[in-house]
Write a protein that binds this ligand. Structure first.
Ligand code: NAD
Ligand code: MG
Length: 474
């Protein structure tokens, strides 16, 4: 095998300040009670910056700013709001190199992905919803659809800037104003985005960014003057938020976990399927709610496919996220690494067979080698629970009916994949899968025009596409 020389992207393309305040009413300021927390680079454990932790008074101020901005913002003609969104999209494109490096530093994801997937999708999302802003009357939600008001938005750490785009772009296009809380391990790209809003001369208060941990998020989503809550994260927290919002009249969308089946039939092109399996579970270190974390492979091709998958996994390069050759970066946090480690140990102790290619992991930082478990049954915890890491559980099946039954045997229902040469089988199987997104002969493909969301414990509501407008319209 060839050795790759290091090809590091320069970290000096982005300026990171020593400390950051909250972005409220168009300006940065320190939190009221002066609490701060640190965000680290998970690949090195180096502290990147100190960030304000917003307390209740800060959230109150942010919500009040969003409320004041709501009247004038919602009264603007859609074409005027669109101008701001187009401006934001263009600035993101212009500054995408800075943003990609910042995202990889704060999150641990490979620069190849932040540069070629996250950032282009972020810009595309703003362009897409900018296009809707003056066409809302034709979106199928009545002749004069109205915004809801102030949106409280809480996002996770796996796609920090992309989840921000999914939340903020449709909210603004429809005339709402927002208070957004990024995850505590990845606040930096949202703060950078605040600067993009200033550069775009977005009116103060339309976007407010409050940083902090779960208690800040809880206070925001329970705030009485928040009209609409949008959350992406764990099912556990999603449940808490749904309970708190019940009976308040708040509108709520939840995008929670998943345990997607990636189904490979015996007529599938094996090499292509292997690429899709690798992309399905090792993309973004497996920190993906729609990851193809359960491989269902037809028994007659299982040996051939697994041999090929192992050969492919042995070529994956794990290491420095800023190296342009890196395929798998760092696990986002020590806590997430502990969860992945624990569930993997449970998998082995329950009798599944564990395999990883030989790979040397860096000494510092949070790392986990790409791993597969074979001999997994539906009763195993690694077949049922979301691991949210680079760990694949492999199960087999004999008939399409069995594949469908196993695929649907999960409390989740976010996504699924089907690999087969037969178009008729794709349609027949997709029709029976209880999943919000079904990919055929590909996996983890995203487009702003395509709605995304789940069934069952994966949450409710749709983000993206025309459907994504509905969540922000009264
Ligand atoms: P989490 O749900 O605790 O955190 C997600 C966001 O919610 C963060 O911004 C966090 O600060 C905030 N938050 C936490 N408690 C809150 C509360 N009570 N009210 C309002 N906001 C709150 O997720 P985690 O602990 O970082 O990860 C745990 C597991 O969740 C992962 O292992 C994974 O299985 C799953 N997860 C799923 C997604 C997804 O995209 N669906 C994203 C992250 C994590
Ligand atoms: Mg970080």
């Amino acid at each position: 095998m060839f050795e790759y020389a290091p090809a590091p992207e320069s970290r000096s393309v982005v300026d990171i300040a020593g400390s950051y305040g909250l972005f409220i009413d168009g300006a940065f300021d320190g939190g009221k009670d002066g609490n701060v927390f640190k965000t680290v680079n998970p690949a090195t454990e180096e502290v990147l910056a100190e960030v304000s932790a917003a307390g209740p008074e800060d959230v109150d101020r942010a919500v009040a700013a969003a409320r004041r901005a709501f009247g004038p913002w919602s009264a603007l003609p859609g074409a005027e709001r669109a101008k701001y969104l187009f401006r934001i999209a263009r600035i993101i494109q212009e500054r995408s190199r800075e943003l990609a490096v910042l995202e990889s530093l704060d999150n641990g994801k490979p620069i190849k992905e932040s540069r070629d997937v996250d950032l282009p999708l972020v810009a595309a999302h703003f362009f897409y919803y900018a296009g809707w802003a003056d066409k809302l009357a034709y979106a199928g939600f009545g002749p004069d659809p109205r915004p809801i008001g102030v949106a409280g938005q809480v996002i996770p750490w796996n796609f920090p800037l992309l989840m921000l785009a999914w939340k903020i772009a449709p909210a603004l296009a429809t005339g709402n104003t927002v208070v957004l809380k990024p995850a505590e391990t990845t606040p930096l790209s949202a703060l950078f985005f605040a600067d993009v809003c200033r550069q775009a001369e977005l009116p103060p208060g339309v976007v407010n960014i409050v940083t902090g941990a779960g208690d800040t998020g809880a206070y925001l989503v329970q705030h009485p003057d928040v009209n609409k809550v949008a959350f992406t994260g764990s099912t556990e927290v999603g449940r808490e938020i749904a309970r708190a919002a019940a009976g308040t009249g708040k509108r709520l969308t939840l995008e929670l976990g998943g345990k997607a089946a990636n189904i490979v039939f015996d007529d599938a092109p094996i090499d292509q399927a292997v690429e899709g399996i690798v992309n399905g579970i090792f993309f973004n270190q497996g920190h993906v709610c729609c990851a193809g974390s359960r491989l269902l492979v037809q028994e007659s091709v299982a040996d051939e496919l697994l041999a090929s998958l192992k050969r492919r996994m042995a070529t994956l390069r794990v290491g420095d996220p800023l190296d342009k050759n890196t395929d798998i970066g760092a696990i986002n946090s020590a806590a997430q690494l502990a969860r992945i480690t624990e569930l993997s140990e449970i998998g082995a102790s329950e009798g599944a067979e564990r395999w990883s290619p030989e790979c040397t992991l860096p000494d510092r930082g949070f790392w986990f080698a790409p791993t597969i478990f074979t001999g997994v049954t539906q009763a195993h915890r690694i077949a049922r629970e979301e691991i949210f890491g680079p760990v694949l559980s492999v199960l087999t099946f004999r008939t399409p009916e069995e594949a469908v039954a196993k695929a649907n045997n999960t409390p989740y229902g976010l996504s699924a994949g089907i690999w087969t040469e037969k178009g008729s089988r794709i349609l027949a199987v997709a029709d029976k899968l209880r999943a919000g997104v079904v990919w055929a002969n590909t996996f983890n493909k995203f487009d702003p025009a395509s709605p995304f969301g789940g069934y069952k414990e994966s949450g409710y509501g749709r983000e993206g596409g025309r459907h994504g407008l509905e969540a922000y319209l009264a």
